[in-house]
Design a protein around this ligand. Structure first.
Ligand SMILES: [Zn+2]
Ligand SMILES: [Zn+2]
Length: 338
């Protein structure tokens, strides 16, 4: 074999290495872009890789749909409004807020009551319509929050990571994208829930399409209502979902900053009546951190907890059962000692 000249060798080796590195980087970039795009539709694609990403890395490809959701609200300038469209937005806020608080939170995250497998699927589908990812993703991350509340490991502590990270940043981070299945094994064993979790775009797309179709039908058959497909889409989906997202997020951000602490829970969770109204009872967050498995978060009659009231109705209708109560000792502990 002919010897390669020493200088040429080191030169060409260096150049070759450079080419390989550049190729790898390009492949890496392209691969990342393709994977991220795939994840819009299949959220389990490339999970291990994402879990190894740096803690605070925000995924631009995830930001795009989130930004679009917000910008699409400006469509209101074009489509205008009608009472039916506005009431649809309000109705969908209320129903989906209940879906988040009763089911994604109290049921899937904390097992605060029981339900049949069929109803469990219905609860998961309702939660998924809120466009806050799948039930296993939501509940798995929430369990992590309770385990490490306001410690370094807490993925959305405003005290440790700042307000904006706790409100929105953590959702857009690459590392937090995969579902922590090991934290939610009890529900992850049901394939139908795993399906909803993996393809978390399905329910939102059906909802958006349904709203557009309903608007188009009303335009044709009830023109007096003054609505259209695009108008129902903008109000019922984009505006309602954006407001719902920020209202839900206040519990992760503001409710660990503003309000009163009844219990010494070792974290910064607060009770905040305003947030409790906005989120159907979730604002009694210090109570909740004290005793997370209770179906009720307003521990006393004067602490309004709409989610709990509605759950008691579902319990009477035999749709759910075994609502876990607040132990008397915990309630007594919270009262000022006389
Ligand atoms: Zn919390
Ligand atoms: Zn919780």
């Amino acid at each position: 074999m002919a010897p390669v000249p020493a200088t040429g060798s080191s030169h060409s080796n260096g150049y070759d290495k450079f080419i390989i590195m550049e190729k790898k980087a390009r492949n890496g970039w392209l691969r990342h872009a393709l994977l991220s795009f795939t994840r819009w539709f299949d959220s389990y694609a490339g999970g291990e890789e994402m879990a190894a990403a740096p803690e605070k890395k925000v995924d631009l490809w995830r930001v795009l749909p989130f930004l679009f959701l917000h910008l699409a609200c400006l469509g209101v300038l074009r489509v205008g409004w009608s009472p039916v469209a506005v009431w649809t937005a309000v109705g969908l806020y209320l129903v989906r807020m209940f879906g988040i608080t009763a089911f994604y939170h109290r049921y899937f995250s904390h097992n605060a009551f029981k339900a049949s497998r069929g109803w469990t699927f219905a609860f998961a589908a309702l939660g998924a319509s809120s466009v806050q990812r799948g039930p296993l993703w939501w509940a798995g991350h929430h369990r992590h929050h309770h385990r490490y509340a306001d410690k370094e490991e807490d993925i959305h502590s405003p005290v440790v990571h700042g307000f904006w990270w706790s409100h929105v940043g953590w959702i857009l981070s690459t590392r937090n994208f995969p579902t922590p299945l090991e934290r939610i094994k009890d529900f992850a064993r049901f394939p139908e829930l795993k399906f909803l979790d993996r393809f978390d775009i399905v329910v939102p797309v059906l909802l958006a399409g349904g709203l557009y179709g309903a608007g188009a039908l009303l335009e044709s058959y009830a023109p007096g209502l003054g609505t259209t497909g695009p108008q129902m889409l903008v109000w019922g989906f984009f505006i309602s979902t954006t407001v719902l997202f920020h209202a839900t997020s206040t519990i992760n951000s503001l409710d660990h900053l503003v309000g009163s602490k009844r219990y010494a829970t070792g974290d910064e969770s607060r009770n905040n009546g305003w947030l409790a109204v906005l989120t159907f009872g979730e604002g009694w967050h210090n109570n909740h951190h004290r005793y997370p498995t209770a179906a009720r978060q307003g521990f006393y009659w004067w602490e309004v907890d709409v989610t709990y009231y509605l759950l008691t109705i579902l319990s009477r209708l035999k749709i759910v059962h075994g609502l876990r109560p607040v132990p008397d000792a915990v309630r007594r502990e919270g009262l000022p000692s006389s």
